[in-house]
Design a protein around this ligand. Sequence first.
Ligand code: PLP
Length: 395
Amino acid sequence: MNKDFLKYQAQTTPHPLGLEVVKAEGSYIFTSDGQKHLDFVAGVSATSLGHCHPEVIKAIKEQADKYLHVMVYGEYSQAPAVAFSKLLADNLPQPLKKVYLVNSGTEAIEGSLKLARRATGRTQLIAAKSAYHGNTMGSLSLMNFEERQKPFRPLIGDIDFIEFNNEQDLNEITENTAAVILETIQGGGGFIQPKDQYLKKVKSRCEEVGALLILDEIQPGFGRTGKLFGFQNYDVVPDIMAIGKGMGGGLPVGAFVASEKLMDLLSNNPKMGHITTFGGNPLIAAACHATLKTILETELMAATLEKEKRFRELLVHPLISEIRGKGLMLAAIVKSEEIANKIILDCKEKGLILFWLLFEKKAVRITPPLTISMEEIEEGCGIIIEALNKIETKA
Ligand SMILES: Cc1ncc(COP(=O)(O)O)c(C=O)c1O
């Protein structure tokens, strides 16, 4: 591994995967040792159209020739941000028609929380156990893992937790609640889908008590689950939606979306209720627009369900207890954490990129680009089965 990477760049774990990347294209990442790696992770659900999609690169290059950053978010009208916001709003149900562009998923969550408190005048926020919404102070406050929160306290106050998919817990949502925030499909917790109309029931409880529903679509968003957004699979519409990751086709971005009435609250009492320098950055917005347009104009979204089917057919093995998730947001749940580790590391050696989930340690993440081909799926699944067979033989 590049020694300067370890020496000069702050590390997030003592054992980074450390591929030394020289180029990436489509479903492949190429490294300095001459190896080619099939990517089943897509930068953790972020490179939705694969690496360096020609439409995204074209949009970036064209915009780079015109202008880059010219002003803080919200002051000037800049064509890429306007075009992207309009295209997104045109493809969203009422009342999700106004878009606030920010720089990352976690900032989209921060903006959503602020908007909910501002709109309701209430302070309590309710999040789900095993949720992940990001790592800045507000988002971190929504993660009920003592070991991860403790060193950073005090975090933001008045946050309570309910269990995802547990209807009894809905009684915790009361007239004191500003908002309930949930991932549409729990990611780090193990790719857990809402069941038995759970999200609809949460929404209706929120409506009863005047609380808002925020859905975190940062992972399922932008076509990964067969619909543009995950919530469209579950017959519910949030009051506020947070998005990011796959939105930028490989560039860093986030946004939160709400009704015009709600969003307008951020521009008065106080003015500048949320501000950001680089939100709506023209280069990034151009990439977002090209990404969304490509997703809308191709068969990629619908094809995720066919591709899911193929993964489910191929990933059958005694050591796999379950394939969780929807579309191309899948996780193979194996018999133990040790087996998950072995598969991920062995496949890395064999040229297939897999990754862990944050909290569910028996999971192997499979979130390839939406552009992955059936042949690539077959090739990668073959490598996984080979790795599993090796474990079985040794056991
Ligand atoms: C569901 C969910 N919400 C929020 C975030 C935070 O996004 P970002 O890392 O862009 O801040 C992530 C990132 O993994 C996520 O998966």
